[in-house]
Unconditional design. Structure first.
Length: 254
């Protein structure tokens, strides 16, 4: 009887090995069939294992056998950079405009010319590169030293007003503009004003018995040239003595 039991025990061990193989069969090293090849316990087998590839259908294979949320039975989650359903044909998000950029990275998925790697186009009113700003690379900063095409000079009121300059320093802060004459003898000082598109207008008023008003007005023809007028105006009758309003047509370059 003991001999017969040993023979039967040996027969029952046929096909069960000490090692584990992904082959659809139960080995001695396995608690369940091919359980070592379902490490995340989601019921799908390791797609990277050649044995599993030969044994199971694609719908039974797990592209990430360490994440139970990733397998062919999962629903694709948008914009998480994970192939949740183990199907490369299922996109991580829509691409409605067919520009090759998924909606996750496309601020306008209905416009094929708008996405994060596009260059910003000037003066189109569109955020082409999806950085939250419109035409930001097109704005010109006119700050700097500008050289006038002629020297501005005058003196009046026995030297109480004296102007002499040939360069101006421009400081731009958004749509605010400061123009300060360089080398002048007290006037016209720094005029402040605004910039609208390419047109600028700045003024400075000096109150007193003789009211002095100075202004720079003009346009920036391009980023390195402007044309306009500098005017010095005086009011106050006899108090202005020999100061008379004068204007100069000027051009500046930097």
């Amino acid at each position: 009887m003991l001999f017969l039991f040993s023979v039967l025990a040996c027969q029952s061990d046929i096909g069960i090995t000490e090692t584990s193989l992904c082959d659809g069969e139960l080995q001695r090293a396995e608690d369940e069939v091919d359980s070592p090849y379902d490490r995340d316990g989601d019921g799908y087998f390791d797609a990277s294992n050649p044995g599993c590839q030969d044994t199971y259908e694609p719908e039974d294979l797990d592209c990430d056998d360490l994440d139970p949320q990733v397998n062919p039975g999962s629903v694709e989650v948008e914009c998480n950079d994970i192939d949740d359903d183990c199907d490369v044909l299922t996109l991580d998000a829509a691409d409605e405009d067919q520009d090759g950029v998924l909606a996750c990275d496309d601020c306008d998925d209905l416009n094929g010319t708008v996405w994060i790697a596009t260059d910003e186009e000037c003066d189109d009113g569109v955020d082409n590169d999806c950085d939250g700003e419109i035409d930001e690379e097109c704005a010109i900063d006119y700050s700097g030293t500008w050289f006038l095409d002629q020297s501005i000079s005058m003196a009046c009121a026995w030297g109480s007003v004296e102007i002499s300059f040939a360069t101006v320093e421009v400081t731009q802060a958004g749509n605010n503009l400061l123009i300060e004459a360089q080398g002048t003898k007290g006037q016209p000082g720094q005029t402040s004003g605004s910039l609208s598109d390419v047109s600028f207008s700045t003024t400075r008023s000096v109150p007193g018995a003789c009211q002095e008003d100075y202004s720079f007005d003009g346009v920036f023809d391009d980023e390195n040239t402007f044309s306009g007028t500098f005017e010095a105006a005086f009011t106050g009758g006899a108090n202005c003595l020999d100061c008379s309003t004068r204007a100069w047509n000027i051009e500046g370059t930097r």
